[in-house]
Design a binder for this molecule. Structure first.
Ligand code: ARG
Length: 280
């Protein structure tokens, strides 16, 4: 019998997909001129939000800015851990104005936003697992942003090198199941990074390429339920065997832009750790 998994209530930020479209190609999935079914995209996104709410999570909604067709991918806008916001600096010029729009939301919601000095795409390339930060590089976020994040959060930060253009963000190749374990696709990583992951997470769920290509690793877990692409059938079976509860939500229109459920979801992790005044 697999163990019974415990859910933790989450707070998410998402951005309405009113202007979502594929108008430029900045990753291997995007094709200029591909047609997006706007009505279907909006229905899929609403289903995602409703799913989170039905699971008992809080979802805050940001209004999008016209002319920013990728703004729906909220995960890229920041990394929020223990109530501290590490803002983003987007790699592609087309997405750069998103940083200020999201920072304005965080400021209005009462957060200070740390401005980043290097290219950094938020939760797209940073995955907190317990007291560690897993940090991707190779296509978008720079290694110096990993170092900045470690200084800012005081969390041990592990640089992982991505090598396959289909998995250009860490959150397309890996997700946190809970505070101890992850699921990932080893083929997305350099040999050394693969070995590092195997040492850190000997019990990880290893996804097949097919499931990774179906955006199965762009999933959102609350420790028990895993909101996942229904196309990732093999991974769904593996998760069930481990006692997780897969909740399939189809975001196929967003796959055309190289994104899935996790990309549309920014997690706002509440404050917690307070270092003692004397530094001990
Ligand atoms: N078209 C977007 C880009 O290439 C997709 C972002 C997907 N987000 C993510 N967290 N992986 O920037």
């Amino acid at each position: 019998m697999p163990p019974k998994r415990a859910q933790r209530q989450r707070r998410y930020l998402a951005c309405e997909p009113w202007y979502f479209d594929v108008q430029y190609a900045i990753n291997a999935w995007m094709r200029e001129g591909v047609s997006v079914d706007t009505a279907l995209a909006q229905a899929q996104w609403r289903r995602l939000i409703q799913t989170y709410r039905d699971l008992g999570h809080t979802v805050e909604i940001l209004q999008p800015t016209a002319g920013l067709p990728d703004m729906v991918f909220a995960a890229n806008a920041a990394l929020v851990v223990e109530g501290k916001v590490f803002g983003s600096r987007f790699h592609a010029e087309q997405r750069q104005p998103e940083a200020a729009a999201y920072a304005a939301w965080f400021k209005a919601a009462g957060f200070d936003v740390r401005e980043t000095e290097s290219v950094c795409e938020g939760e797209g390339d940073f995955v907190p697992v317990g007291d560690h930060l897993l940090a991707g590089t190779g296509f978008r976020t720079s290694v110096s942003a990993h170092q900045e994040a470690q200084e800012f959060f005081g969390l041990p930060t592990i640089t992982l090198r991505l090598v396959d253009p289909h998995f250009y963000h860490l959150d397309t190749a890996l997700f946190a199941l809970d505070d101890e374990n992850i699921a990932y696709y080893p083929g997305a990583f350099s040999p050394g990074s693969r070995e590092a992951l195997a040492r850190l997470f000997p019990d990880a769920v290893i996804a097949a390429r097919e499931d990774a290509m179906a955006f199965g690793l762009n999933s959102v877990s609350d420790g028990c339920h895993v909101v996942i692409a229904p196309q990732a059938a093999g991974l769904i079976g593996q998760l069930k065997q481990r006692g997780y509860v897969p909740v399939p939500v189809d975001l196929s229109e967003f796959h055309k832009a190289g994104g899935g459920a996790k990309c549309c979801t920014q997690e706002i992790r509440p404050g917690g750790y307070q270092p003692s005044a004397d530094g001990s």
